[in-house]
Ligand binder design. Structure first.
Ligand code: GDP
Ligand code: MG
Length: 350
């Protein structure tokens, strides 16, 4: 099972500047030689890996990227300036294809990788280069050549950054729908009944993360019941979990008992999973039943040193504050803790 993020972007390198046709005109020298300078080269569009990025979300906001054009040449043998390059930040692991030909352009795995996605045009030569013994007054200069233009298809295999856990029907899928700026594709997925939901949450320019819910996480999941074990492998790579409780009581269960069952499943599957930091949230507080129970559930968790927040995934109440807190904690964990072993993870996931 692979989570795939995709984006398309047009890249246009800068055109080369024109060469100039000019002649020296100085006092007492009425017939000066050709002096038109060369046009500058156009700038390149360069893809640069930014290890801080984990998704392709930003391309939704910049579907067309252009580099600067070269300046035209000028008289007195002055060269035009080179057009400015345009760097485009992509997350490590981005695979780049030409969307029209299918050609593989780059596989940017390395955190320092870069590649020229569209090359700038060449500046034209000015007429100062074209004087010959038979033509001392060349009225000709080269035009610049156009910059490359391409449509790129970017693809990234996503890893879940933040896991969403909780009993069935507590509102995990609803929460993902509410907070996602994009919904990545899930490839090679053989099952039809249980599909993990996945979303990309954007807090600001420096913080976006992949949120994945783990359906089928019920008693016995770690032994393969309910296919929960497949999803549990995905959670094993996350740094932070959001544990959702339904405190409305309308399902006839005790939210704290559910909380313990889910935590027991996590720990039984992999002890390190049970140790991941959790943010615990009571959902459905738009319902009167949930609001009535909130204080007592919060007090019972507080006895165990656990803080309880409240949200309504359905109305959005408390949701953006929760996501900002998740983003803040996730960024802090990313910079202080070693990354989970991606290679081992890739091999472990079928
Ligand atoms: P999941 O099994 O944890 O993914 O739960 P779902 O997101 O599928 O939600 C289960 C049910 O709870 C659905 O009928 C949702 O409409 C409902 N639900 C989810 N969040 C809320 C909420 O904040 N308030 C209310 N009233 N219902 C909710
Ligand atoms: Mg669901």
């Amino acid at each position: 099972m692979k989570f795939i993020d995709e984006a398309e972007v047009r890249v246009s390198a800068g055109d080369g500047g024109r060469g100039c046709v000019a002649f020296l005109r100085e006092k007492y020298k009425p017939h000066g030689g050709p002096s038109g300078g060369d046009g500058g080269d156009g700038g390149d569009v360069v893809l640069v890996v930014d290890p801080g990025l984990t998704t392709l979300l930003d391309f939704k906001f910049q579907p067309h990227v252009r580099a600067g054009r070269g300046e035209h040449g000028r008289g007195k043998q002055q060269y035009g300036k080179r057009g400015s390059d345009r760097e485009v930040r992509v997350p490590p692991g981005t695979i780049v294809h030409d969307a029209d030909t299918g050609e593989l352009i780059a596989d940017l795995q390395d955190s320092t990788a870069r590649c020229i996605a569209a090359r700038g045009g060449r500046g034209g030569r000015g007429n100062m280069h074209f004087a010959t013994s038979t033509n001392q007054v060349p009225r000709y200069a080269q035009p610049g050549t156009p910059g490359e233009q391409r449509r790129l298809r970017l693809e990234l295999h996503l890893m879940a950054d933040v896991g969403l856990i909780g009993y069935p029907n507590v509102g995990k899928s609803t929460l993902i729908t509410t907070v996602s700026a994009a919904r990545p594709r899930i490839a090679d997925y053989p099952f039809t009944t249980l599909v993990p939901h996945l979303g990309v949450v954007r807090i600001d320019d420096d913080c976006s993360f992949v949120l994945a819910d783990i359906p089928g996480l019920i008693a016995g999941a770690h032994r393969g019941l309910g296919l929960g074990d497949r999803f549990l492998r995905h959670v094993s790579r996350t740094r932070l979990l959001i544990h959702v409780l339904d405190i409305s009581g309308l399902n006839g269960r005790d939210p704290l008992a559910d909380f313990d069952v889910i935590n027991h499943e996590l720990t039984s599957f992999d002890a390190s999973l049970g140790e991941k930091p959790q943010i615990v949230v009571a959902n459905k507080v738009d319902l009167a039943e949930a609001r009535e129970r909130f204080a007592s559930v919060r007090a019972r968790l507080a006895e165990r040193g656990i803080e309880l927040r409240s949200i309504s995934a359905a109305t959005g109440e408390g949701v953006s504050a929760l996501m900002r807190e998740v983003g803040r904690q996730w960024l802090a964990l990313r910079t202080t803790s070693a990354p989970p072993d991606d290679q081992a993870f890739r091999e472990a996931v079928p």
